[in-house]
Ligand binder design. Structure first.
Ligand SMILES: CC(C)(COP(=O)(O)OP(=O)(O)OC[C@H]1O[C@@H](n2cnc3c(N)ncnc32)[C@H](O)[C@@H]1OP(=O)(O)O)[C@@H](O)C(=O)NCCC(=O)NCCS
Length: 224
């Protein structure tokens, strides 16, 4: 089967929302508190949403969000954690969803690999993910070298966790080993990339840094 890797956009909003809602509804580790939070949002447009599709449907997706500093990390992730162990700019990987019939075949891992490879190329200092104790991918993240630690406090508006929430962090020094391990799991012959994830992440990063610096200037001007 040939799998197409694409950057998803507003045009794909319906299929992204459908996939996220179906996958999240099946998860044993949380319940969805706000179904609207799974629809296409500004964070999807500002971030980088990748998708894996067969000829007929979107089967897996993941979103990368740039975090520019500590405040941005705590605000975006809606939790308190050891933010001191994060170096910036950082990349939060989230909104992962794979069609029920295609899970545990490495599709999410393909997207993680593309993000990590791109993170290494564009100078992302730390990659982060929020996971739930016992959830699929948690043991894989440990094998990839992520540092996994429980959050101290959270105020999530999208999900209601049923198990402990854990933050996984992987610093730049660990990208190469993680990518090597992921490469061993991936059948590249089955993949057809319609984009260059490194170039897409570079654009996303530069937009986020530009917006952050413009917002800081606006704040400075307002304070004068
Ligand atoms: C979380 C989720 C996106 C993972 O997607 P996936 O495509 O099944 O992920 P992968 O196949 O890459 O990895 C899942 C597991 O299968 C294993 N795996 C990967 N390729 C495999 C293969 N070819 N054969 C067997 N197992 C494989 C991985 O090592 C991983 O193992 P682990 O759970 O022990 O860590 C999916 O389970 C899902 O949609 N869950 C519901 C929604 C959800 O919880 N989203 C995250 C919200 S924060």
């Amino acid at each position: 089967m040939c799998l197409l890797i694409q950057r998803l956009s507003l045009r794909d909003a319906d299929s992204v929302a459908r996939l996220r809602r179906a996958a999240y509804a099946e998860a044993a580790e949380f319940v969805v508190a706000d179904p609207a939070s799974l629809g296409w949002a500004r964070a999807d447009t500002m971030g980088l949403v990748l998708g894996v599709s067969t000829a007929s449907e979107l089967v897996s997706t993941m979103r990368g969000t740039i975090l520019v500093d500590r405040e941005d990390a705590v605000h975006t992730m809606e939790c308190e954690f050891d933010v001191d162990r994060v170096s910036f700019p950082a990349l939060l990987l989230g909104k992962g969803a794979t069609v029920a019939g295609c899970q545990a075949r490495g599709l999410h891992s393909v997207l993680r690999y593309l993000f990590l490879d791109a993170a290494a190329a564009v100078g992302i200092a730390t990659v982060l993910g929020i996971v739930y104790e016992g959830a699929p991918r948690t043991s894989l993240m440990a094998r990839l070298g992520y540092d996994l630690r429980p959050v101290q406090r959270h105020w999530y508006t999208d999900l209601l966790p049923l198990t402990r929430t854990i933050i996984g962090t992987l610093d730049a020094v660990g990208y190469a080993t993680a990518c090597d391990r992921l490469r061993e799991m991936i059948n590249f012959d089955a993949l057809h990339l319609t984009i260059d994830p490194r170039a897409e992440l570079a654009k996303t990063l530069s937009t986020a840094l530009r917006d952050h610096s413009a917002a800081a200037h606006t704040f400075d001007d307002a304070a004068k």
